[in-house]
Structure formats: structure tokens, C-alpha cells
Design a protein around this ligand. Structure first.
Ligand code: MLC
Ligand code: AMP
Length: 529
């Protein structure tokens, strides 16, 4: 039976209708009649009194998480039987309320749209509008944010707790999570992950990394991206394990926190910061922290390339190099070094069982091992599509394969190396994916800017540092300054998107067709600013 409330991923710019399942042919037929494994697992876990979330000195069991999630679901549903795939924004600090909000929306048949308090209101409002949210869940600390967002507003602290109650069945192809991710076309797009996607992503990862109910994750990742939400938090919770949520990433707190954890997951910038903090620590702290690091069962790195120097240093200190893996908002983790077998510096390992990959040329033809090509992925972990963007979704696939936009090389024994992005307009800074075009578009709206190009410059700490190259508007009595542009950005974009280096030039280098020569620009600016 086809449930009547699956989310429509409709024509570009609109996603109003209901009752349409997914955008990929064959998806609905494949899992017809099945129930959501994600929800089944929550139901099972809801009967256990094992720790699930540790935050602010308190511990909440899986049963308590389910009771709180049930209360959020009740709040959102009112008299209705299901949210029918409606999107619900979630804007809160890392807390039990955040976790209850997340599962509450999903249990009620809705799609969670995690929103970061780091985003200024214009970005929150863009997401809320683009997702067409029917309600926004906030905690008290963020009650006043995103005023003017569509739909109802609910305070998470007021939800309370309820015992589990029967809800209408949810199916694997129903939408569960909408993650905003930057692309090569202007504004961020919402990648829609289904119940089936999340179930497959978390199960495959828990199996590959041997996660059990005995594990405890130390969590300091932002809760609005794939890494923090699914790869880290959801994976350990669905495995019946627990997560300690830190309010933010603070290297000293993280070193000390290792003593209470078995698993740590970070982006390369976090490893850089941890090792930097270690160098500045007292001899006694250095000894203790290294011992706590050695006590971890598993430390993973992802979201950006882990420099060999960091990997090796971590290995010398703790006895094992971080387990590096490759993932994406659209598909969770696809490639991973092994838990037990040889981990290779500079490599992201092999595909997880159940994830099919190819390395292809521009025509989609697989290239031989040892040759560079684009990584393409298919399988149950791959998302349903970009919400309301049919064309962008179509362009993201070729014959059922999702085009990652990453250039990779597969070695003869199957291990893969990530060589870079196929587009110069996609940057990675501190593990955040940024669109140069999106930042340029915002800056171009400043009356003092005639032209602008944004590029990523190599940076030891951030991986890439965002640099803006600006041509000022001529003939103004007051030529725009860097401080003015920074202030302008602060009102419009999350802090991690704001350029850290600024260059003012007379003109931008362009080819005969007028296209800015970004590789040349990047080359010219390297080692400056
Ligand atoms: C923070 N800042 C950044 C930044 N993060 N600037 C550029 N790039 C970034 N990534 C800004 C801050 O706003 C601040 O600005 C200044 O840098 C210094 O701040 P900080 O306090 O020192 O930095 P901090 O806030 O501690 O951030 C560092 C960080 C953070 C590493 C903790 O960047 C982070 O959480 N990164 C994780 C991103 C992530 O989860 N990506 C996963 C995507 S999913 P100012 O102006 O105030 O000085 C994915 C799939 C997969 O990729 O495979 O995992
Ligand atoms: P996001 O869209 O934020 O999920 O970012 C996904 C992108 O992060 C991928 O397409 C890669 O470019 C990059 N990425 C993730 N993991 C790694 C890794 N281990 N090494 C290099 N790049 C990575």
C-alpha cells in the first residue's frame, strides 16, 4: 500500500502537492509495503533504559528520548494523524530538546530541517521559505530568531513527555530529513533524505565501525550538516549507543572528554586545533591527554582531506592514525578505511558494503584503476532529490548514478584517494562546503562593489581559506572598505562563509569569453593575505 503522505519533490521552485513518492524511478516499487526501519528501531530502543544522550551534566535514556520525542510529535500533530511529509524547522542549541525535536518531527511523519543558530536571520528565512516549513521548533534561547518565518512556532521546552502511542506507519521512501547544502548554482539546495536512506546510512556505518550499545560518542560537530546529524549522532543512537553533546568545539574540553568516550568524530580542522592545544599544554596535561586519546576505541576524520602531517602526528601520539572516510550530504558515508585492516594515510579506503561506486570519465565511462575520474555512487544510501528542484535533481544523476563532483583515483587494490573537486566554485573550509557563487552573489549586492570573485586558498588550519577579490565601483566619493564589506557579510551569511582574505584590484583576469580565470587568480594569490 502506498502511504498517502509521502513528500513531493516537485518541479523547480515548487513542492506543493502531496502523494508523490521520491523522484527516482523504481524507488517506490522497490520498498512497497515495507515499514520504516528507522522508526521500528526507535520503537525498540524506546523500551530500553540504557543511556542515550548526556548533556549539561544530565543523562537521558533511550526511553526518555522517545517519550520526549512523542511529546513533540503530539504538539506538532494536534488532532491530525500525520504531518504528511510537511517540513518542520529545528533551531536549537545541542541539547536534549534538539534530539527530542529531531525524532519528534520524524515520528509525526514530518521532515526535519535542522537550522543553525550560527546563521543570521536572512539565511534562516531563506531556508524556511525554500523548504516551505509548516512550523518552527525552537528552544527558549532562540525564541526570537527568524521572526517572519512561515507557519506555527513551538517552544521545545514546553513539549513535556508522553508514553509511546500508536502512529500511522511510515515507509522507507517517506522523507525524514532535509539538509541544506551549497552547490554550483547560487543558493543552497535542500537534499531530501528518506527514512530508508537514514536507516541504510546508519546501519552500514555502525556495522563497518563495529558500533555497539557499549559505545559512547563525544560529539562537538555542528547539528545542521550530515556529519554531525547523521554520521555521528544518528548512527550511534540507532546502534543503541550514547552520545555526549558538547555545547561547542573547545579543544581542551574535547581532550578531557576523551576520558568519558569510546568514539570521537571530527573534521581535519578539529584535529589541527587539538594538536595545537596539545603543543601549548603543560607537560602533565600532555601526558594525560595522550593517554586519553589512546583510550579511544575509534577516532574518525572526514568532511575534508586530512593532511598527512596531522594523520601521522595523531598516529604517533595515540598509536593509530584517524580512520579517514568520505561522505556527502546527499549520501552519508560512501567510502571508509577499515576499522581493523590497514588504514592508509591520504586515502579514504573502499566503498562500504552495499554502496556501489564507479570512477568515470566525462562521458560516464568507467576509467581503469590508477586513472583520475569523477566518483559516482548508487545504492540505498543515496538521497531522493533536491526539494522543489527537479532540474537540479535530474542533472545530479546519470543513469541512476549520483555524480559527486569529486575527482578521485582508485588504486589497484580498491582504495580510493580524493584528488579534489571538479568545480573551482565549491570550497571546503573547516569542513563546511561553501559555494563561491553564493558568496559572490551576496557581495555583488553591495553598492560599492563593481565585480567580485571568490576563491579558496590553501590553508594549513582551514584546508581552504575563503578569499574575495573585489573591484570597487568607480566614481564613488567613498570607496568601499574591507571593514564595511565584512559588516555587510555578517548580516547576511553564517560566520564561516565570510571571506577571511580580501584583495582589491583594478580588474579581474578573464578569458576571451569574459569568464573569470579562477585557477589563475588562485595561483596569483597563493601565499599572500
Ligand atoms: C568558524 N569560522 C570559520 C569556520 N568555522 N571560518 C571559516 N571556515 C570555517 N569552517 C569562523 C568563526 O565564525 C570565527 O569568526 C572564526 O572563524 C574563528 O572561530 P573559532 O571559534 O576559532 O572557530 P570555531 O567556531 O571553533 O570553528 C572551527 C570548527 C568549525 C572546526 C569547530 O569550523 C566546525 O564546526 N566545522 C565543522 C563543519 C562540518 O561539520 N562540516 C560537515 C559537513 S557534512 P570571527 O569572525 O568571529 O573571528 C560533510 C559530509 C561528510 O562534509 O563527509 O562529513
Ligand atoms: P557536504 O556537501 O558538506 O556534505 O560535503 C561533501 C564533500 O566533502 C564531498 O563531496 C567531498 O568534496 C568532501 N569530503 C568529505 N569527506 C572527505 C575526505 N575524507 N577527504 C576529502 N574530501 C572529503
Amino acid at each position: 500500500m502506498v502511504a498517502p503522505y509521502a513528500l513531493q519533490v516537485g518541479a523547480d521552485g515548487g513542492h506543493r502537492g502531496r502523494g508523490y513518492r521520491g523522484v527516482l524511478a523504481g524507488k517506490s516499487a522497490m520498498s512497497e509495503g515495507k515499514r520504516s526501519g528507522l522508526i521500528e528501531r526507535r520503537r525498540q530502543l524506546g523500551t530500553t533504559e540504557q543511556a542515550a544522550i548526556l548533556v549539561g551534566g544530565a543523562t537521558y535514556t533511550h526511553a526518555a528520548v522517545e517519550r520526549r520525542a512523542g511529546a513533540v510529535a503530539r504538539l506538532l500533530l494536534g488532532e491530525r494523524a500525520t504531518l504528511g511529509g510537511a517540513r518542520v524547522g529545528l533551531l536549537a542549541r545541542p541539547s536534549i530538546e534538539w534530539v527530542a525535536g529531531f525524532f519528534g518531527v520524524i515520528k509525526a511523519g514530518g521532515v526535519v530541517v535542522p537550522m543553525s543558530p550560527q546563521h543570521p536571520d536572512p539565511e534562516l528565512l531563506y531556508m524556511a521559505g525554500d523548504a516551505g516549513i509548516e512550523a518552527l521548533l525552537t528552544d527558549r534561547a532562540h525564541e526570537g530568531r527568524a521572526a517572519g518565518a512561515p507557519g506555527a512556532r513551538w517552544l521545545l521546552e514546553e513539549a513535556g513527555e508522553v508514553e509511546e502511542q500508536e502512529r500511522p506507519g511510515l515507509a522507507p521512501e517517506d522523507g525524514a530529513l532535509l539538509l541544506y547544502t551549497s552547490g554550483t548554482t547560487g543558493k543552497p539546495k535542500g537534499a531530501l533524505l528518506t527514512h530508508g536512506n537514514l536507516e541504510a546510512q546508519t546501519r552500514l556505518l555502525a556495522e563497518a565501525w563495529g558500533i555497539t550499545g557499549q559505545d559512547r560518542l563525544l560529539h562537538a560537530l555542528p547539528l545542521h550538516h550530515m556529519h554531525g546529524v547523521v554520521i555521528a549522532l544518528l548512527t550511534v543512537l540507532q546502534a543503541g549507543a550514547s552520545a555526549e553533546l558538547l555545547p561547542r568545539f573547545d579543544p581542551r574540553e574535547v581532550w578531557e572528554g576523551f576520558g568519558r568516550a569510546t568514539i570521537w568524530m571530527g573534521v581535519p580542522t578539529m584535529y589541527h586545533r587539538l594538536l595545537e592545544a596539545l603543543d601549548r599544554a603543560t607537560t602533565e596535561e600532555q601526558r594525560r591527554w595522550a593517554a586519553l586519546g589512546r583510550g579511544l576505541r575509534l577516532a574518525t576524520s572526514g568532511s575534508a582531506a586530512l593532511p598527512a602531517t596531522l594523520s601521522e602526528r595523531w598516529g604517533e601520539l595515540t598509536g593509530t592514525i584517524p580512520l579517514e572516510r568520505f561522505g556527502m550530504s546527499e549520501l552519508g558515508v560512501a567510502l571508509s578505511n577499515p576499522l581493523a585492516g590497514p588504514r592508509r594515510v591520504g586515502s579514504v579506503g573502499r566503498p562500504l558494503p552495499g554502496v556501489a561506486i564507479q570512477v568515470v570519465d566525462g562521458q560516464g565511462v568507467p576509467v581503469p584503476a590508477g586513472e583520475a575520474g569523477e566518483l559516482v555512487v548508487r545504492g540505498p544510501t543515496v538521497f531522493a532529490g533536491y526539494l522543489g528542484r527537479e532540474q537540479a535533481t535530474r542533472e545530479a544523476f546519470r543513469e541512476g548514478w549520483f555524480l559527486t563532483g569529486d575527482t578521485v583515483l582508485q588504486e589497484a587494490d580498491g582504495y580510493l584517494r580524493i584528488l579534489g573537486r571538479t568545480s573551482v566554485d565549491i570550497l571546503k573550509s573547516g569542513g563546511y562546503k561553501l559555494s563561491a557563487l553564493e558568496i559572490e552573489e551576496e557581495l555583488r549586492a553591495h553598492p560599492g562593489v563593481a565585480e567580485v570573485a571568490v576563491v579558496g586558498l590553501p590553508d594549513e588550519q582551514w584546508g581552504e581559506r575563503v578569499a574575495a577579490v573585489v573591484v570597487r565601483k568607480q566614481g564613488l566619493t567613498h570607496p568601499v572598505t574591507m571593514a564595511e564589506l565584512q559588516a555587510f557579510c555578517r548580516e547576511r551569511m553564517a560566520p564561516y562563509k565570510i571571506p577571511r582574505s580580501w584583495f582589491f584590484v583594478e580588474e579581474l583576469p578573464r578569458n576571451a569569453l569574459g569568464k573569470v580565470l579562477k585557477p589563475a587568480l588562485r595561483q596569483a594569490l597563493q601565499g599572500t593575505g
